[in-house]
Design a protein around this ligand. Structure first.
Ligand SMILES: [Zn+2]
Length: 231
């Protein structure tokens, strides 16, 4: 069965445009500040070493990960994965990204509730869009509002995840910028550059939320239009 509804694009287009814009902003900010050398000449790895121990995060291991902008903190094994560019380049972007990821490590260390909630719903979110899509395609095919309703319920996990991601990401950036100041890794201008990089990254999470809300609204619209046809 192949099922595609052009109406979906009407709902999804604004969020898609926002996502596209956010990606451009991230690439632009990263490309710009990856070429701005920080005054102290610190690589991302240097910054990680300067921050982790004094913050009581000696149990966090730093490892290299392939790719660009693939940097992340993994609460499961308490590892800080740094891309080669970030680990080795003494740029303002490197400092911003490392500080943000250590912000996540601090969230983990202090059992920050939104991070715990987000980690808990990760498994559900990996499958929920597909199950929801299956329920919807079947529900539309059979004209069954029960299946569509179930699809909406299953899909809402994705929206909850995108929503919970916002405080997690904004808080990590806030913590990260504070770390850069506390350990005097940046001057005032560099701090503004770091903030520009992290603000651009934050926008991608706002776009992800907009995309999931748009899909949910589309599902709800389909659900109610089937209801109307029935009555
Ligand atoms: Zn993050």
């Amino acid at each position: 069965m192949s099922y595609f509804d052009p109406l979906y694009f009407v709902f999804a287009l604004p969020a898609l445009l926002l996502a596209f814009y956010a990606q451009l902003k991230v690439k632009g900010a990263y490309n710009k500040y990856t070429q701005v050398r920080n005054l102290r000449g610190l690589t991302g790895l240097d910054a990680a070493q300067a921050i982790l121990r004094p913050e009581g995060l000696s149990d966090v291991t730093v490892k290299g990960v392939p790719g660009t902008l693939s940097d992340h903190y993994n609460p499961q094994d308490k590892s800080l994965g740094l891309s080669q560019g970030v680990a080795q380049q003494p740029s303002v972007a490197s400092l911003a990204i490392v500080a943000h990821e250590i912000g996540h490590a601090l969230q983990d260390h202090t059992a920050y509730a939104p991070l715990k909630l987000r980690s808990a719903i990760v498994p559900a979110v990996q499958v929920s869009p597909w199950i929801a899509y299956g329920l919807f395609a079947l529900g539309a095919f059979l004209n069954s509002s029960a299946l569509l309703g179930l699809g909406i319920l299953v899909f809402s996990a994705t929206v909850v995840f995108a929503l919970v991601t916002l405080p997690v990401e904004f808080d990590a950036s806030r913590r990260g910028l504070r770390l850069l100041q506390t350990y005097q890794l940046v001057d005032g201008r560099e701090l503004q550059g770091a903030k520009a990089v992290l603000d651009a990254a934050a926008l991608t999470y706002v776009a992800a939320l907009a995309q999931s809300v748009a899909t949910l609204l589309y599902y709800v619209f389909r659900f109610t239009s089937i209801g109307r046809r029935r009555n």
